[in-house]
Ligand binder design. Structure first.
Ligand SMILES: [Zn+2]
Ligand SMILES: [Zn+2]
Length: 285
């Protein structure tokens, strides 16, 4: 069955990195965030009990690194119960086929993300003309064709529960992609935000390299429906998260997170929405 899986024809290693690359952060005892070049993966689960889940699957070519990070934390030959995808962009599914082959675990994503994970539909082309810096300009080289996970991909349950993450609920946070989700745990208000908002200005190469912490909307060059993206940030802010792991940038917590998210909501059009770009005026459908 694994034979059915394949990446798109434009799949390739992307030579972009940051000072955070290769660094892991214990955000909470059961929440570990690790940076692969310019994107974060998250391991949810307590190393003492050994049950855990991987959220997102890194950059192209990073499978060996993800496996060794996982084994360092959970022990030799450990494997997650499942892989949960916040969305299917190349930098969040870059190693997924090798990981599924190695671990033989199910992958879950939102129903509206399925066309991009089953080889049926490409994401809209990234927009190199969007207001922003070098990463935006580089974006046409990013893999954009859909990957096909065959029968290894499953739809998240419609009741908001997350398989193998019993304390978490998934929250639909579209705008960056149609089926983008975030994960939230009520008891300590921990949020895994994916790219619904990020803590680094991802369009600017020097900010990506230095990981200068600054709240930002979703990465601009790949965000197509800004009104929905704004609604999603409002939804997440209303949850009053105490700590957030975002798809890009350092984890943010406490007062800084509260203030930054409020600011992002109040000034979304100035902070997040680019002044120009081909998806800027696209309305909610
Ligand atoms: Zn993305
Ligand atoms: Zn991303």
């Amino acid at each position: 069955m694994d034979k059915e899986m394949n990446y798109g024809n434009d799949y390739k290693f992307i030579p972009a990195t940051s000072i955070g690359s290769g660094i892991g952060i214990d955000v909470l005892p059961d929440l570990f965030c690790y940076t692969i070049q310019i994107v974060n993966i998250c391991l949810e689960g307590n190393p003492e009990t050994g049950d855990f889940v991987l959220v997102d699957a890194g950059m192209p070519g990073s499978a060996d690194e993800i496996i060794s990070v996982t084994e360092n934390r959970f022990g030799a030959d450990s494997r997650p119960k499942a892989i949960i995808l916040t969305h299917g962009h190349f930098d969040h599914v870059g190693a997924i086929i090798e990981l599924v082959n190695h671990w033989d675990v199910p992958v879950y994503a939102h129903q509206l993300e399925m066309p991009f994970l089953t080889g049926k539909e490409s994401y809209p082309e990234p927009d190199p003309t969007v207001e922003g810096g070098m990463v935006a300009k580089m974006s046409p080289m990013f893999p954009n064709e859909p990957i096909d996970l065959g029968n290894n991909i499953r739809t998240l349950p419609s009741d908001g529960t997350v398989p193998h993450m019993p304390e978490f609920k998934w929250i639909h946070t579209p705008g960056h992609t149609p089926g983008h989700i975030s994960l939230f745990r009520e008891k300590d208000r921990a949020l895994i935000a994916g790219d619904a908002f990020v803590t680094v200005k991802q369009e600017y190469l020097y900010k990506v390299i230095t990981q200068e912490q600054e709240i930002s909307g979703p990465p601009r060059y790949l965000t197509t429906v800004w009104e929905a993206a704004k609604e999603s940030v409002i939804k997440l802010n209303a949850l009053k998260p105490s700590i957030a792991i975002t798809g890009h940038g350092l984890p943010m917590s406490g007062e800084l997170l509260t203030k930054s998210l409020n600011k992002l909501v109040n000034e979304f059009d100035q902070i997040a929405v680019p002044d120009y770009g081909k998806y800027v005026n696209k309305k909610l459908h």
